[in-house]
Design a protein around this ligand. Structure first.
Ligand code: IMP
Length: 203
């Protein structure tokens, strides 16, 4: 197995990414297990943040690195909170506080204008200053419910209704979400790019 550092401490992401990459002979090691502090997310785009997180982890671990950056874009908020999704209600804000603020901001917005999407960018660098990082991107279209429902998922899931569904993302079984989510799509795109570049070929 080839060791690759994951620029995240989120156990859900580790499970999801780890199972997708295991067939390619990759063992993901979370940066926290190597004593690496998270990078500051100073980028203006998901891509910038994903890249700076991957480069930071690769430099500290002296290993290839994988990272992801994601968020929700609400059309009635001009695409916000976007890259600020995790700190929408302030630095260190809880998921519950961010979700409550989003629903307050949209209180007067009618159903037809509550369209939104999750976006995820994953980045792979072979080493810290890799001039040719590999990138995968995925989106998941939907709309914002008037009130939260469900206890699965995390973040904005209780208020996100995927297009073509009546359930919120927090009401979907995890396996179902993990097949169709922005993160799953981004990862599949990255795995295809890794294959295409022969970085780690499948058995
Ligand atoms: P990241 O961990 O820096 O990528 O921050 C992502 C933020 O976007 C999270 O804190 C959530 O608020 C939101 N987010 C991203 N993906 C999801 C998802 O699948 N469900 C719910 N919220 C998400």
């Amino acid at each position: 197995m080839k060791r690759v550092v994951l620029a995240s401490a989120n156990p859900g992401k580790l499970r999801e990414l780890g199972s997708l990459l295991a067939p390619a002979g990759v063992e993901l090691v979370p940066q926290s297990a190597l004593g690496i502090e998270p990078a500051e997310e100073t980028g203006n785009t998901f891509l910038e943040n994903a890249l700076l997180k991957a480069r930071h982890a690769a430099r500290a671990a002296q290993l290839p690195a994988l990272s992801d950056d994601s968020g929700i874009e609400v059309d009635a908020l001009g695409g916000g909170p976007g890259v600020r999704s995790a700190r929408y209600a302030g630095d260190g804000a809880s998921d519950a506080a961010n979700l409550a603020l989003l629903l307050r901001e949209l209180a007067a917005v009618p159903a037809a204008r509550r369209t939104a999407r999750y976006r995820c960018v994953v980045a792979w660098v072979a080493f810290a200053d890799d001039p040719a990082p590999l990138i995968g991107e995925g989106t998941w279209e939907g709309r914002i419910a008037p009130t939260p429902r469900g206890s699965g998922g995390f973040g904005y899931d209780p208020a996100f209704i995927p297009a073509g569904d009546t359930r919120t993302a927090a009401e979907l079984p995890a396996q179902e979400k993990n097949l169709v989510s922005h993160r799953a799509k981004a990862l599949r795109a990255l795995v295809a790019a890794l294959d295409a570049h022969g970085v780690y070929s499948r058995p």
